[in-house]
Design a protein around this ligand. Structure first.
Ligand code: GRF
Length: 179
């Protein structure tokens, strides 16, 4: 049973849903995330955990972790989730949180990975699915796929296309390991 954390468009969430994976809950840190519309359209329970409604990040993450557990979530997938997770959340789902990132980590961590790769002038970049720890995109790598930078105009679209193949494949494998 998968819970997905989102902040934005949700195309990776859509790829998980379209792959027929058992997504049972979607949590966002902002109520205007389009990903919430995608989840609702698929009949998946959603909730928003905005920082304004909590004393601090730890409290927000604790409440979010509890909600996910109540939905039966065993594996958490960060799919375009733009906040770092704090200790209370990591402790609840230890070893059971993965993230998709648009570079070949450890190269280009952070929120501007595609722009950073372009600025650095590298010939190849790619996509990483990795375990989540308390660092910024520092957890152990599970799988990577390489994407050539040229033609630059289509790099972002090609990276997203690779994400949409790699993330469901890895999540599916993790689900089978768990069942
Ligand atoms: C993806 O490129 C993901 O790797 C990054 O944020 C983007 C989210 O896209 N962390 P979406 O919301 O899944 O469409």
């Amino acid at each position: 049973m998968i819970g997905v954390l989102v902040s934005g468009n949700g195309s990776n969430l859509q790829a998980l849903i379209d792959a027929g994976l058992p997504v049972v809950a979607v949590a966002a840190n902002r109520k205007d995330a389009y990903a919430l519309e995608r989840a609702r359209a698929a009949g998946i329970p959603v909730a928003t955990f905005s920082l304004d409604c909590h004393a601090d990040r730890e409290e927000r993450d604790l409440v979010m972790a509890t909600w996910l557990e109540e939905q039966g979530v065993e594996l958490v997938v960060c799919a375009g989730y733009m906040h770092l997770l704090t200790r209370p959340f990591l402790d609840r789902f230890r070893g059971r949180i993965v993230n998709v990132h648009p570079s070949l980590l450890p190269a280009f961590p952070g929120a501007r990975a595609i722009a950073d790769a372009l600025e650095a002038g590298v010939e190849t970049t790619g996509v990483t699915v990795h375990h989540v720890d308390d660092g910024l995109d520092t957890g152990a790598v599970i799988a990577q796929d390489v994407v050539p930078v040229e033609p630059r105009e289509t790099l972002e679209a090609r990276i997203h296309a690779v994400e949409h193949r790699l993330l469901p494949r890895v999540v599916s494998e993790l689900c089978h390991v768990r069942s």
